[in-house]
Design a binder for this molecule. Structure first.
Ligand SMILES: [Fe+2]
Length: 330
């Protein structure tokens, strides 16, 4: 664990270059879905930590969190929460109320070339039915204010359930940060108090194209919630890409650059981890996924506060994203 923590700490202050080199390596905590299904319920039901090294026998893995009935994000203990913050990634047990099966079914239906949802025209560069350049990923992407217009009602509701998950995660980040609560909304451009922007995207891959599923990058926003049906996601640790296995009924959460920015002068900052999706060429069945992005409004402002409530810095969202874009190496 300490190795992972020190790796993450070394990543934290930089966030300048998003390296695209590096080969996939093996990772000590790779855990099969079967092992996870055996071990995770026991771990989730305990109030204590499972030791200093995140060991499950000889298996190690990412921290796992859940959301309580009062919509609060909780980990097994402070140690695993701290590791999640340092790494910038963790598993979240999918809330029982979340209609994951229905949303997955909707995502699979979009694979049909005749699906009317493939005809949704683009709104700018980020919304609509989009094929990414230089990646295999194809997606139907819509911001929150268009969900009711284009998504079936149950999918729009699914998005609003993820809004609650995103809020729970961000509010826990603020709680741990020590930033005074009255400033949470101002710091996050409104997201922590129910505003901001959210995307609900359904993604799949062009398995004929010889490219990455998704090239290495960090996410720009606050929080990304991922439901993937097959392996392929990798995160970068100590210069090596390692697999993030799929665990049944668990989502993968990662933090983005905007959340790193607004917590940088607080008691506990969060990292934005570099990740990618491996090539899905000729994969069968096709990997598909649901991705929710909790983001600031593009027109908004982000503020950095310390635990005394003093403003330590600020940036318009467009300026921050432009700096990140400039630092992106391809
Ligand atoms: Fe991403």
């Amino acid at each position: 664990m300490d190795t992972y923590r020190s790796i993450a700490r070394r990543q934290t202050p930089t966030h300048t270059g998003i390296e695209v080199t590096g080969s996939a390596g093996s990772w000590g905590f790779i855990v099969s879905p079967l092992l996870a299904s055996i071990y995770c319920p026991r771990l989730l039901s305990t109030n204590g930590c499972w030791g200093n090294t995140l060991q499950m026998g000889s298996v190690e893995r990412l921290p796992i969190a859940q959301i309580t009935d009062s919509n609060q994000l909780t980990f097994e203990c402070a140690k695993t929460q701290g590791l999640a913050w340092d790494l910038g990634v963790f598993y979240l047990k999918a809330p029982d109320s979340l209609n994951l099966a229905g949303a997955r079914q909707f995502g699979r239906e979009i694979l049909d070339p005749q699906s009317p949802f493939r005809d949704i025209s683009q709104y700018g560069e980020l919304e609509g039915f989009i094929s990414l350049e230089n990646n295999q990923q194809t997606k139907l992407a819509l911001r929150r204010h268009r969900w009711d217009e284009h998504y079936p009602a149950e999918i729009a509701n699914f998005g609003r359930e993820l809004d609650l998950v995103g809020m729970a995660i961000i509010q826990e980040v603020f709680r741990q940060s020590g930033i005074p609560e009255p400033l949470w909304g101002e710091a996050s451009g409104g997201y922590a108090t129910g505003e901001g922007t959210a995307f609900l995207n359904f993604v799949h891959y062009d398995t004929q194209q010889p490219d990455f599923g998704l090239r290495p990058h960090t996410d720009y926003g606050f929080v990304t919630i991922l439901d993937a049906t097959a392996p392929g996601l990798q995160i970068k640790l100590d210069g090596e890409f390692v697999d993030v296995p799929v665990i049944t009924d668990h989502l993968v959460i990662n933090f983005g650059e905007a959340l790193n920015f607004i917590t940088q002068h607080s008691e506990q900052s969060v990292s934005a981890i570099v990740h990618r999706v491996t090539s899905q060429i000729a994969s069968d069945p096709m990997r598909h996924g649901i991705v929710y992005f909790a983001n600031p409004d593009l027109e908004g402002e982000l503020k950095q506060f310390n635990t005394e409530g003093a403003e330590m810095g600020s940036s318009s969202v467009t300026d921050l994203f432009a700096r990140l874009e400039k630092d992106l190496t391809t």
